[in-house]
Design a protein around this ligand. Structure first.
Ligand code: HSE
Length: 312
């Protein structure tokens, strides 16, 4: 392939950072079309010149694209766009945790039955930290025994800021200003964002689709911290039970030192020990890097399908 022609749905924190990477990065990728909610207003906010700006349908129906990237979030719209794109035999790249943790199995089946289609979502878990990629790699031996981590950057940011004296509301506002929180931050603080990420990781780790509704989920709404205590929203799975809940951590134990936007995942593998991935779990540039890495796989001719045991 000479160059990968990409249509991008969404020009928010991650979308605009991806635009910068595509413009300045080494891959033969061209941003051909962008879909935004209000083209006239958003044109003024730094949309690139020479790219077709229009409604989503102009992307899902376009015949001049090699792949579509969705960075909007939400459920019904993205599900229909994914179905349209995959059904036409095109790769669909997304950071949409809610979509994948609900309809991931159905999308994987559609992609698997349509030559040329692919489903990639490295940016859906861990922001810039390559969690899904490493789980996918280690899952090949069928020997993952446990996943445990801090999968939501916003709650780690809030809980570590509160320990430094911020109020819950101040810390949440700061996380929103930094672009870490979801458009609807209740997904972060009620634990649903972490639950969706855990469901995606567990589905890949144990080769059986686990939707978000199977995760026992507790959030941090209304939490109060006693001085000197370290609390984090911990996500864990052992192949059967999936759980997200705030836990007190002793200083010095794994994860206790993660602060701010950091996310962490520990993967235990039978007879091989444990692996830990740690890095910025949210933020435009970090997350866009994960999307860009997915585009690199497409440029290389791969057509992987998330949730498909063998990929393609
Ligand atoms: N709101 C998410 C978080 C963004 O705080 O982790 C990255 O998925």
């Amino acid at each position: 392939m000479e160059r990968l022609r990409v249509g991008l749905i969404g020009w928010g924190t991650v979308g605009s950072a991806l635009g910068g990477l595509i413009a300045g990065g080494p891959l033969p990728v061209e941003l051909v079309r962008i879909a935004v909610r209000e083209p006239a207003r958003e044109r003024a906010s730094g949309l690139p010149e020479g790219v077709d700006i229009g409604p989503v349908e102009a992307i899902t129906r376009a015949d001049d694209l090699d792949a579509v990237v969705e960075l909007v979030g939400g459920m019904d719209g993205p599900r229909a766009w994914a179905q349209a794109v995959l059904g036409r035999g095109l790769p669909f790249v997304t950071a949409n945790k809610a979509l994948l943790a609900t309809h991931g199995a159905e999308l994987a089946v559609l992609a698997g039955g349509t030559p040329g289609a692919a489903l990639l979502a490295s940016a859906s878990v861990g922001g810039g930290a390559p969690m899904l990629e490493v789980v996918e790699h280690l899952a090949a031996t069928g020997a993952i025994t446990r996943l445990r981590g801090l999968l939501n950057a916003t709650t780690t940011f809030i809980l570590s800021s509160m320990a430094q004296g911020s109020s819950y509301d101040e810390a949440l506002s700061a996380a929103q200003r930094a672009g870490y929180a979801e458009a609807d931050p209740s997904f972060d603080v009620e634990g649903r964002d972490a639950a969706q990420k855990l469901a995606i990781l567990a589905s890949v780790a144990w080769g059986r689709f686990r939707p978000e509704r199977e995760v026992e989920t507790h959030g941090i709404v209304g939490i109060s911290l006693e001085p000197g205590r370290i609390v984090r929203l911990v996500a864990e799975a052992d192949g059967e039970d999936l759980r997200v809940k705030p836990m007190e951590l002793l200083p010095g134990v794994a994860f206790a030192s993660a602060t701010g936007v950091e996310s962490v995942l520990e993967i235990e593998v039978r007879d091989a020990g444990s692996f830990r991935i740690r890095g910025p779990g949210a933020g435009g540039r970090a997350t866009a890097g994960a999307v860009y890495a997915d585009l690199a796989r497409l440029v290389a001719g791969e057509r992987p399908i998330l949730f498909s045991p063998r990929g393609r």
